[in-house]
Design a protein around this ligand. Sequence first.
Ligand code: CU
Length: 200
Amino acid sequence: MSSGASNFIESVDGVFIAALGLSIFFLLLITVLMLVFVFKYSRKRNPKATNIHSSTWLEVTWTIIPTILVMILFWYGWTGYKEMSDIPEDALTIDVTAQMWKWDFRYDNGVRSDTLFVPINQPVVVVMHSNDVSHSFFIPAFRIKKDVYPGRERRAWFIAQELGEYDIACAEYCGLNHSGMYAKIVVLPEDEFANWLYNR
Ligand SMILES: [Cu+2]
């Protein structure tokens, strides 16, 4: 099993770090080359302008290499996205209602809570609705974010892999108290979760 607070940490962080690393590499490469060229081909050193002709191999190279890099990033982004879209059939279903400015969680047996309790190492699907405007269900520690719209059902899933308490935020500006629209997700051991849900 992969490491991290949820099953999506590795794929999401992997793409992010790859994109960031590539960006830093090209930032340095282009900046250094620019400075070298500014110095080497300054007017002082080259009082007489020279006519430069096109170079086919150079143009092909700087087209093909970035295309390959972008395709690699796309591939990892796509496979990660697909993994997030393929919801396991045996996932525990929890209804989520978003409204200005709170989250409401409802379980199959009718239990309601303003804190999202989930069992560890078990797929959970959140089925989301909005009572009013657009919100966005965001668990930063799990790398999960899904917009929630009025009049539509939206789904997201995850496997919590570490016990503990994490923030749930609203990530879509939804009015005056948007910045206060937080809830908690609490990951419990299987038996404690069952105890919380059924023995009340
Ligand atoms: Cu909101």
